[in-house]
Design a protein around this ligand. Structure first.
Ligand code: C5P
Ligand code: C5P
Ligand code: C5P
Ligand code: ZN
Length: 473
C-alpha cells in the first residue's frame, strides 16, 4: 500500500489495527465542515471494513461531553477533528478503564499521551495548514482499507478530505500545501478530484456572474467589489454575451476562452485602479473540483461544498450534512440547500451589523461582542469574514464574542498567516486568557476559540491583549 502521508503511516496502521480489534466503535466528531467530512470518511472506512459503529456529533468536546461518552457501553471511541486538545481529560478516562481512545485530529494537543493518537503536529507537520481533521481521517481510512470486504481501496474518500481541508481554510497563497498535496494527488488518481488554474473567487459553480464579482472582496477591486452597478458596467464592456435565455450565465457556463477574456479584463481593471501586484496575484489560484458531482451545483466546488456543510451542522443538523457527504442527493441535499439559504442570510446580516457597529481597538487586538445577535456556532466564521471588511484592520488579531447560554460566552479569535509568521499563536492566547478567567479553549495558531463565564469578557480581552503583545514583540 502506498501512503498518502508517509510520516503518519506507522501510527495510522497502529490505529487501524486497534479499530479492527474492536467489537464496535463509537465515532465522535465536530460540527463543522471538517468535522462532518472527517466523520463521513471514517464511517465509510469502518463500514467497508465491516466494523460496527455509531456516529455522534458534538459542538465542543469538554469535560461533560467526554463524561457522557464514557458513560456509554462503547469500549472503543474514535474521535475525529477533535480529541487532541482535550487529551488530558480523555487520558484520565482511559486510565480509569472507561474506553480506549483512537484520535484522528489536527489541533494543538493538550499535555498528555495516548497510544492511538494520529495528529500531524506529533510528526513535525503543521496542523493548521498542511493537514485537516478530514486529512488525518483519510490517512486512517487508507490504513484500514486492507480490511475492505469488497476488494476496493479508499482513495475515493480523498474528495471529502479536500473539502475538509478547504473548509478549515488550509489554502495558503492560492493552493493546498504540505501533506494535503499527497491527498489531492490520490484524489486525482482515483478520478474524484480535478485541479486547474482558475479565478480564485467564491461561487464559481452557483453564483450568477454579477454576484460572483460583486461579492468578491478578498482582493478588493475598487468599482467592482461591493459595487453592483460597477460590476454591470464592467461586464457590459467585456464584449461577450453573458446572458442565456434572459438569465446571467455563471462562471462554469463560460468556455475556457471566455473565462480567459473575463479574467484578464478583471486583472487589467485591478491594475488600473492601483491594486498592488501582490494582491492581484491572489485573484488566481488552484481550483479543486469534485469530478463526480454535477456541474453547476454547490457540491462540485469544494469551497461551496464546505459552506453547504457548515450550513447544516452549525444549525444542529449534522445528520443532514453527513447524509450529503455519504452520497444522498435527494431529500438530504434539498434540506441542506434550505439550510444554506438561512446560513447565508445570517452571515450577511452579521457582517453588516459588525460593519455598522465597528470594533473596539486595544493596543494589540480588536474585538466586538455580538451578544445574542449572532449564533455562537457561526461567530468564528463571522470573525474571519470581518477581517478585511470595510473599516476593519487586517493587521490586528480579532476576537468576537457571542452569548452561548445564560452563564457562558463563546469567543472566537482569528489572525492571518502574516501574523502567525511574526509569532502570533491564538491557540496559546485562547487557552491562557480563558483559563485566567475560569474558562477553557484552544485551537490553531491562526484561528482559535474558547468559552468563558459571562461578565469576564473585559478581563479576558485584557489578558489576551497582553499575551498577543508578548507574542508579536
Ligand atoms: O475546529 P477547526 O479546526 O475545524 O476549525 C478551524 C477554523 O479555523 C475554521 O473555522 C476556519 O475557518 C478557521 N481558519 C481560519 N483561517 C485559517 C485557518 C483556519 O479562519 N488560515
Ligand atoms: O462558511 P465558510 O466558513 O465555509 O465560508 C468560507 C468563506 O467563503 C468565507 O470566509 C467567505 O469568504 C466565503 N463565503 C461567501 N459567501 C457565503 C459563504 C461563504 O463569500 N455565503
Ligand atoms: O469556534 P471557532 O471557529 O472559533 O474555533 C476555532 C478553532 O478553535 C477550531 O479549531 C476549534 O476546534 C477550536 N476551539 C477549541 N476550543 C474551544 C473553542 C474552539 O479548541 N473551546
Ligand atoms: Zn478541523
Amino acid at each position: 500500500m502506498s501512503a498518502p502521508v508517509p510520516e503518519l503511516r506507522e501510527r495510522a496502521t497502529a490505529c487501524a489495527d486497534r479499530l479492527c480489534d474492536a467489537d464496535e466503535v463509537l465515532l465522535a466528531s465536530h460540527i463543522d465542515a471538517d468535522g462532518l467530512t472527517s466523520a463521513a470518511i471514517a464511517s465509510s472506512a469502518l463500514a467497508r471494513a465491516g466494523i460496527p459503529f455509531e456516529t455522534v456529533f458534538s459542538k465542543q468536546l469538554d469535560v461533560e461531553e467526554i463524561a457522557s461518552i464514557a458513560a456509554t457501553e462503547y469500549e472503543t471511541v474514535l474521535f475525529t477533528d477533535f480529541g487532541s486538545g482535550q487529551l488530558d481529560i480523555i487520558a484520565e478516562h482511559e486510565s480509569a478503564g472507561d474506553f480506549t481512545p483512537v484520535i484522528a485530529d489536527h489541533h494543538q494537543p493538550a499535555d498528555a499521551d495516548t497510544k492511538f493518537h494520529l495528529n500531524p503536529l506529533l510528526f513535525g507537520l503543521d496542523g493548521s495548514s498542511e493537514l485537516s481533521g478530514a486529512g488525518a481521517s483519510y490517512v486512517l481510512a487508507r490504513a484500514l482499507e486492507s480490511e475492505n470486504t469488497d476488494n476496493t481501496d479508499n482513495r475515493d474518500l480523498a474528495a471529502l478530505a479536500v473539502v475538509g481541508a478547504v473548509g478549515d481554510m488550509q489554502i495558503s497563497d492560492g493552493e493546498l500545501v504540505g501533506a494535503n498535496i499527497g491527498i489531492v494527488e490520490e484524489g486525482i488518481e482515483a478520478g474524484v478530484v480535478e485541479t486547474g488554474t482558475d479565478l480564485a473567487l467564491y461561487g464559481k459553480q452557483t453564483r450568477p456572474l454579477p454576484k460572483l464579482l460583486e461579492y468578491a472582496t478578498d482582493v478588493y477591486i475598487p468599482g467592482i467589489s461591493n459595487n453592483k452597478n460597477g460590476v454591470l458596467r464592467f461586464l457590459d464592456g467585456v464584449g461577450i454575451d453573458l446572458m442565456e435565455n434572459g438569465d446571467w450565465r455563471r462562471w462554469v457556463d463560460l468556455t475556457d476562452e471566455e473565462r480567459q477574456i473575463v479574467a484578464s479584463a478583471l486583472v487589467k481593471r485591478a491594475m488600473r485602479k492601483g491594486v498592488p501586484a501582490a494582491k492581484i496575484e491572489g485573484l488566481v489560484g488552484t481550483s479543486y473540483t469534485l469530478a463526480a458531482e454535477e456541474k453547476g451545483t454547490e457540491l462540485r466546488d469544494v469551497s461551496e461544498f464546505s459552506t453547504l456543510l457548515n450550513a447544516t451542522a452549525r444549525y444542529e443538523r449534522a445528520d443532514v450534512g453527513l447524509a450529503v457527504c455519504l452520497g444522498d442527493r435527494g431529500d438530504a441535499l434539498e434540506r441542506a440547500r434550505t439550510l444554506l439559504t438561512n446560513h447565508r442570510r445570517n452571515l450577511s446580516e452579521a457582517i453588516n451589523w459588525v460593519q455598522t457597529e465597528g470594533v473596539t481597538r486595544e493596543e494589540n487586538v480588536q474585538w466586538f461582542h455580538a451578544e445574542d445577535r449572532v449564533r455562537e456556532t457561526i461567530v468564528g466564521i463571522v470573525a474571519g469574514m470581518a477581517v478585511g471588511a470595510d473599516g476593519i484592520d487586517r493587521g490586528t488579531p480579532i476576537f468576537a464574542f457571542a452569548d452561548k447560554n445564560e452563564d457562558e460566552v463563546k469567543v472566537s479569535g482569528r489572525g492571518t498567516p502574516g501574523l502567525t509568521r511574526e509569532g502570533l499563536d491564538l491557540s496559546v492566547v485562547m487557552k491562557e486568557a480563558s483559563r485566567a478567567v475560569g474558562g477553557d479553549g484552544g485551537g490553531h495558531n491562526v484561528a482559535a476559540g474558547a468559552t468563558v463565564p459571562k461578565g469576564t469578557e473585559s478581563a479576558f480581552i485584557e489578558r489576551a491583549d497582553e499575551i498577543v503583545g508578548e507574542q508579536l514583540e
